[in-house]
Design a protein around this ligand. Sequence first.
Ligand SMILES: CSCCC(=O)C(=O)COP(=O)(O)O
Ligand SMILES: [Mg+2]
Length: 229
Amino acid sequence: MIRAIVTDIEGTTSDIRFVHNVLFPYARERLPAFLNAQQYIEPVKTILDNLREETGQPDATTADLLDTLLQFIDEDRKSTPLKALQGIIWRDGYVNGDFRGHLYPDVLPALEKWKAEGIDLYVYSSGSVAAQKLLFGYSDEGDITHLFSGYFDTLVGAKREVQSYRNIAEQLGVPPVQILFLSDIHQELDAAEQAGLRTVQLIRGDDDAASHHHQVSSFDHIKPEQIPS
Ligand SMILES: CSCCC(=O)C(=O)COP(=O)(O)O
Ligand SMILES: [Mg+2]
C-alpha cells in the first residue's frame, strides 16, 4: 500500500508557464537591485559565498555573480544558490499579491482525498523549500500548506539522481516501494524508480513525453490504492 506521496511542482501540481512566465521573469527583473542591497546581509551573503564555491570562482565580485545568476536563470539551471535567492525575491510578490501560486483544479481535491485516506503528502522540487511553501501558502486555492508533512529541495540531492530518492525515503522512514512519486519529467521518474519508489508521470501538455511510466493527464486519474507494492 502507498503510505506517502511525493509530488513535483512545475508541470505536475502547477503550470510550467506560471514558473517560466511569471516567477522567473519576476526574479530576473529584481535580482540586480536585490543583490546590490542585500549582498552583505545574511542570508544573501552566505548564499553568494555558496555560489562562488559552486562555480569555482572564490574571488568573483557581486557583479560577476549577477552575470552568472542571470545566465543560470536563462538556462533554467537548477542551482541551489539561485533557487534560494529566487525564493527570497518571490516572497514579496506573493505577499504583495502580485501573483498567486498556480494549482491545476484537479490537484487540491486529490490531495485532500489522499490525506483523508491517511497518506502523508510531501513536495520535492528544485525550487527552494521556502519557495515551495510560498507557492502553496499563497496558492489559487489559498493556503494549503497544512496538507503537506514535509518539503524537499536540491539540498537532498538533484532531482535526476537516484541517491536523492533513497535519501528522501530514508528521511521519511518509509520503504521506497510504499512511496509514490509524481512528476512530469521522465528522467526524475526513472531515478525515483531505480531507488525503488513507485511512479506516475503527469502529462499536462501536448508534448510527446513518451516513457514506460504509468501516465495520467490529471491527479484525479491517480489511484494510489490500485498501485501494488
Ligand atoms: C517552487 S516554485 C519554483 C520552482 C522552480 O524554481 C523550479 O526550478 C522548478 O523545478 P522543478 O524541479 O520543480 O521542475
Ligand atoms: Mg517538473
